[in-house]
Design a protein around this ligand. Structure first.
Ligand code: FE2
Length: 284
């Protein structure tokens, strides 16, 4: 009788480290763009990742007045502060610390994202997730996820994982089902603790370390830094130099042509021209 023993899962290694780029967007909100820069144009299916964080109201108070989107989704995750969302489909929501907003622009939305505070810390992330060609013109959708509706998994060696999308530790995040099957975790580790997470084979995956330092295999990732991960089915990351906080984000690549013009992300230049003309004639 032979006994088969499963080999240990192949760990994903860091293949590239990328620093974000300071920039401003909206009416003058200062932020760090991590994906969507000359250094890292996109990481299919992710089109953009912005980190915002400041205690200086002049860095955020102008907010993001009315602007359009078409063809993808924006996922906003707040660590601190309050932002008010309003859109032309009649949705309104208040993003508070620890909450997530999942907005599907689909065929078109015009929205504003404005700070609802005049002082104090405003901090969080906005991720742009592409939609496949077949979903780009789906109706717009908006959902607010309260902090209490984001599952938190305690790690055996200390620390915790908030599951915003995908599966971890036997729980499923509150994200809608998508062709890209996104995984989005917010991880907090005390010094010396580690995370072992399954990351679906074939998914593009990265870490964004926003506090402290995390080691993946031989590579140290020091905040603030994105670490793109190579192929494999699992991720092991350890807080090697004090406590650390980081995002783990992964998704199935769409491998479709991308035509991008500001807030419109389609497959062809003709679809971009159509988006501009639809927006101008008020068809969003
Ligand atoms: Fe927006």
């Amino acid at each position: 009788m032979t006994e088969s023993v499963a080999p240990p899962p192949a760990g994903r290694a860091v293949v590239r480290l990328v620093a974000g780029m300071p920039t401003s967007d909206g009416a003058g909100v200062r932020l760090t763009r991590v994906i969507g820069t000359p250094a890292l144009d996109a990481l299919d299916p992710f089109l953009m990742l912005d980190e915002f964080g400041s205690s200086d109201p002049s860095a955020y108070i102008a907010g993001f007045p009315d602007h359009p989107h078409r063809g993808f989704e924006t996922i906003t995750y707040m660590l601190d502060g309050r932002m008010r969302h309003r859109d032309n489909h009649g949705n309104e929501g208040l993003l508070t610390a620890g909450s997530m907003q999942w907005m599907t622009a689909g065929r078109g939305i015009v929205h504003s994202e404005m700070p609802e505070q005049e002082q104090g810390l405003m901090r969080g992330f906005q991720l742009w997730l592409n939609l496949p060609a077949s979903d780009k013109m789906r109706p717009a959708e908006y959902r607010d996820v309260a902090p209490a509706d984001i599952p938190v998994v305690s790690l055996p060696g200390g620390g915790r994982v908030k599951v915003l999308a995908g599966r971890f530790g036997g729980v499923e995040g509150p994200a809608p089902a998508r062709a890209t099957a996104p995984l989005y975790l917010d991880v907090e580790l005390p010094a010396g603790a580690g995370l072992a997470a399954a990351v679906p084979v074939g998914h593009a995956a990265f870490l964004y370390v926003y506090e402290g330092e995390v080691s993946v295999g031989e590579t140290a990732v020091v905040a603030p830094k994105l670490a793109e991960l190579g192929p494999g089915e699992a991720l092991t990351a350890t807080a090697t130099a004090g406590p650390a906080r980081f995002l783990v984000i992964a998704g199935k690549p769409l491998k479709e042509p991308v035509a991008r013009y500001g807030p419109f992300v389609m497959n062809t230049p003709a679809e971009i021209h159509q988006a501009i003309s639809d927006f101008q004639r008020g068809a969003f």
